[in-house]
Design a binder for this molecule. Sequence first.
Ligand code: ZN
Length: 326
Amino acid sequence: MGDPARTREVADGVWQVCLPLPMRPSIVNVWLVRAGDGWTLIDTGMHTGDSLAAFRAALDTVGAPTSAVVRIVCTHHHVDHFGTSGPLRELTGARVLLHPLEAERAAAARDAGGENADFLASHGVPPAPPEKQMPAPSRFFGNLFCPAIPDALLADGDEILLDGDRMLEVVWTPGHTPGHCCLLLHPDGVLFVGDHLLPKITPHVGVGPGGPENPLGDFIASQEKMLRVEARLVCPAHGGVYDDHRRRARQLIDHHRVRRLVMLDLLRQRPLTAYEVALDAFAVSAGNRFQVLAATSETLAHLELLRREGRALRRVDDGVVRWQTR
Ligand SMILES: [Zn+2]
């Protein structure tokens, strides 16, 4: 059996800690940053016994007692990033920091219901019998998601002074989630990117009921923002460290540009619902409810941006939203 706590120093006093996840992707990286006698933890993993054991083993590896972790800064509220913030805050006594839009969502996730039938019907998604529907997040994640109430809220441009000479600059990067933040360690130039700039996969960017109207526009603007950041090492939440964040940001901008073109081509044939576009553009099987819902919301993000770019039109007939070319 391999050691679940894979912990290694990627820069002076900056440690990558690979924590296991009970679902795909199967690993999330959290980061321990030393400054003076104190440590800052970036992201927390999902709340499982394996993950907690791996985190404790990582603290042993770096030689830090639990009380040496003085703050926990999270990139966003998703369960693999913020899910253990409650228990880890109790374990370490650290202060927990998160963007207010993420704190709001973490709190709302507790009471959120299951599928929003009206929203799905309006975008052409066929109804599913109750046993095939996606459950409410609280039921789906249960004890895996134990969020802390943050002790302080992050804002774009904040400078978090660590002990010693180090400082973490907050770079607000909405898109994957509305309050997602990257963190730039000064003076080292180490950039923690959460899910914003993953080396191998693209994060989900979707439109949902009650969420931002143009998340893909936000995401692309946030990639352009990264082009202006100076960094020498990139630390993503999934996958290995790498060194050219600008190249990856340009790739992601391009990826979504091509995907918009593919969707525009589909609309040239006839007006379509987001669901119809999604089945084609993402090649998902109509029987996989999770994939269908994720692809439909991601498709909506692209269609809405096409509309704002003046390339697609949105029509509502009998409560059903269809998209067409101009
Ligand atoms: Zn995420």
